[in-house]
Design a protein around this ligand. Structure first.
Ligand SMILES: [Fe+2]
Length: 272
């Protein structure tokens, strides 16, 4: 009897510890900061900072996402990029997206592309969500690009929705000669092709950091890349250009992150 009671206490303690760990891993945001040095960065662009959010999946960090918004605000970004899956298709909560966008827009221009989850929403919800997000002041990039002037020089910011896979030649049409070219898209595995197309820096997510990260191994699994994905986090350089992959902030089908805390990414451009 005494042995059975001890087993019960041990099982309860293990369950509590596991629950606390999962809650920590799902809620304790981490900031990852990169400096991207490139000869494509002009003197005027040196110091330009982008904050990158991805795969929020309707999650709130504090009341009305106050913890997330505060962390973004503290970075004093020049732009905020959101690379899809802001709204989760399995449990859509568009109000969470609207709350977040409304609080981000006053901080810096917000550029947003949809992910596979937004595209799975009902047509009515998709249309109303895009209308509301646009009305709140976010720039929705859907196969187009916009020019931003920073310190007198042009930054070309392009994006497309998840279902649009652009070939190198098609993607090239969204670049702008003489500008620093940024691309936002959801899936990370095409980044090398987009770099080849002329994009200096791409931002993506989708991989959720490989869901669980093992020491010396890295991410375990990611959609479309399956086990041991190559593109699940980090800054990857190519022969020309680079890509930044966010591990994302929320969860969808798999509810727990392991050694993979929700991530806000900041990238500062540096000349040379
Ligand atoms: Fe996602």
């Amino acid at each position: 009897m005494k042995h059975k009671a001890t087993l019960c206490v041990c099982a309860a303690a293990a369950l509590l510890t596991a629950s606390a760990y999962i809650a920590f891993e799902n809620n304790a945001i981490v900031l990852t900061e990169y400096e991207y040095h490139s000869d494509k960065v002009s003197q005027e662009l040196d110091g330009f900072k982008a904050v990158h959010l991805s795969d929020v999946h309707g999650k709130r960090f504090g009341k009305e996402n106050s913890r997330l918004v505060k962390l973004v605000e503290e970075q004093s970004p020049d732009i905020i990029v959101i690379s899809g899956d802001l709204i989760d298709s399995r449990r859509p909560d568009p109000d969470a997206a609207y709350e977040l966008i409304a609080k981000l827009v006053p901080i810096a221009p917000v550029y947003y592309v949809t992910g596979n989850h937004e595209e799975r929403l009902s047509r009515e919800l998709y249309i109303s969500a895009m209308e509301n997000i646009s009305a709140l002041g976010a720039h929705i990039l859907d196969g187009n690009s916009e020019a931003l002037v920073y310190n007198g020089v042009s930054v070309n910011i392009a994006g497309f929705k998840d279902s649009e896979y652009f070939t190198v030649s098609e993607a090239r049409k969204l670049t702008s000669d003489g500008s620093f070219n940024i691309l936002i898209n959801h899936r990370p595995q095409y980044a090398a092709a987009y770099a080849e197309a002329g994009f200096d820096l791409t931002f993506s997510g989708h991989a959720h950091g490989g869901q669980a990260r093992l020491p010396f191994v890295g991410g375990i699994i990611a959609p479309d890349q399956f086990f041991f994905p190559k593109y699940y986090e980090g800054l990857h350089r190519f022969a020309q250009g680079a890509t930044v992959i966010s591990r994302g902030l929320g969860n969808s089908f798999l509810p727990a992150r392991i050694n993979n805390r929700p991530e806000v990414v900041s990238v500062t451009l540096r000349k040379g």
